[in-house]
Design a protein around this ligand. Structure first.
Ligand code: R5P
Length: 370
């Protein structure tokens, strides 16, 4: 440890039930184990936390994406038995864990760490849900991205480490430092080096995603001659019906006779992605691939992707759903190494920008070494 300054003697990794495989992978990258904290439920469903480790004065990292999980490791008695159902029904085990469950687990874990005198608490939230409501589109609507930022801060987090916020402006909703990792670098390098798709046209599925897709394109086409690297992108113009179904109205850009790669931050129903695939095929794209950072999938989405003409879909593992649907045309790129390096760099007061520089230069990060 030459130029590293530790302001907190030790660091501890604590995880809830949102995405344990990712938390374990991050710990493994760091050569550590997760603390043996217990995050469960009281019989009425309230979140019950026992950190079960000494955090006084330490640098605590709480790993908990605000995602849903259809197969949570928590598995708890199902409280949804119909009125009048035999009591035995109450013993059914529920494994579905909602975004709201995972949000409250995060807040309660932060509260426990604060009350146990943690020196510093970093909320590691690889997927930040509620982020799509980041502004009022009409009167009488909430701004849930700000509400969630307030909840995390009020619970006691001193910092946030996150991945691909729906819009970077959400960083400003937090009055604590935010380290914002972006998957465009790793995913762009994957399409460039592993899939050899440098000549593809990059497609943003909506106007709001253009900056994100531009960064992805810059990495996909890094080191190429200007006439190819300077390609314009294609941008779809999306509207949503009052029922929230996406409709692609138009597309700017030429894709005829070339492969296309769509880059988006979130897939939920798959509606947006598959509408864009349809239009790209109609406009003459030779093959359509996609990369999406967060898989917050609703039932039926993976099947719809499987049956579509999409050739391949790359997701990250920020959510539990990603792992649940991996296989076939769906491949997962892990965020674990990026997050492990970021945690260590936050802990030792080193530049987090090094992660972006290294990914930009080499397309991958070295194995973590202390
Ligand atoms: C929207 O602004 C997002 O970037 C995604 O395009 C959207 O969340 C995808 O949702 P769905 O898969 O339900 O169309």
């Amino acid at each position: 440890m030459t130029d590293q300054k530790r302001h907190f003697g030790e660091f501890k990794l604590i995880a809830g039930n949102a995405n344990l495989p990712l938390a374990i992978k991050i710990a493994k990258e760091l050569g550590l184990s997760l603390e043996n904290s217990k995050v469960g439920r009281f019989p009425d469903g309230e979140v019950k936390v026992d950190l079960d480790c000494v955090v006084r004065g330490t640098d605590v990292f709480i790993i908990q994406p605000i995602c849903q999980s259809h197969y949570s490791p928590l598995g708890r008695p199902c409280l949804t038995a119909e009125r009048g159902a035999p009591t035995g029904r109450m013993k059914e085990i529920c494994t579905y864990q909602s975004i709201n469950d995972n949000l409250v687990e995060l807040l309660v874990m932060i509260d426990a760490a604060r009350r146990a005198s943690a020196g510093r608490i970093t909320a590691v939230v690889p997927y930040m849900a509620y982020a799509k409501q980041e502004k009022k589109k009409k009167g009488h609507e909430p701004i849930t991205a700000k509400l969630v930022a307030n909840l995390i801060t009020t619970a006691g987090a001193d910092r946030l480490l996150t991945v691909d916020l729906h819009t970077p402006a959400i960083e400003g909703f937090f009055d604590i430092p935010v380290d914002h990792m972006r998957m465009a670098l790793l995913m762009g390098a994957h399409f460039r080096d592993k899939l050899g798709l440098r000549d593809a046209v990059v497609v943003s599925p909506d106007a709001g995603g253009v900056a994100r897709a531009t960064e992805f394109r810059n990495h996909l086409k890094a080191h190429l001659a200007h006439d190819i690297a300077g390609d314009e992108m294609a941008i779809a113009i999306k509207r949503r019906t009052p029922e929230d179904e996406p409709t692609i109205m138009e597309m700017v850009g030429d894709v005829a006779g070339r492969p296309a790669v769509i880059f988006d931050d979130i897939i939920q129903s798959g509606g947006t992605l598959l509408e864009v695939v349809k239009l790209l095929k109609a406009r003459g794209a030779t093959a359509v691939h996609a990369a999406v950072v967060h898989a917050d999938l609703t039932p039926g989405a993976a099947e719809a992707v499987a049956q579509s003409p999409l050739e391949s879909l790359v997701l990250s593992d920020t959510t539990a759903s990603a792992k649940e649907v991996a296989g076939g045309k769906i491949k997962i790129l892990s965020t674990a190494r990026i997050l492990a390096h970021a945690i260590w760099r936050v802990h030792t007061q080193q530049s987090v920008g090094w992660i972006f520089d290294t990914l930009g230069d080499k397309g991958k990060l070295p194995k973590f070494k202390r």
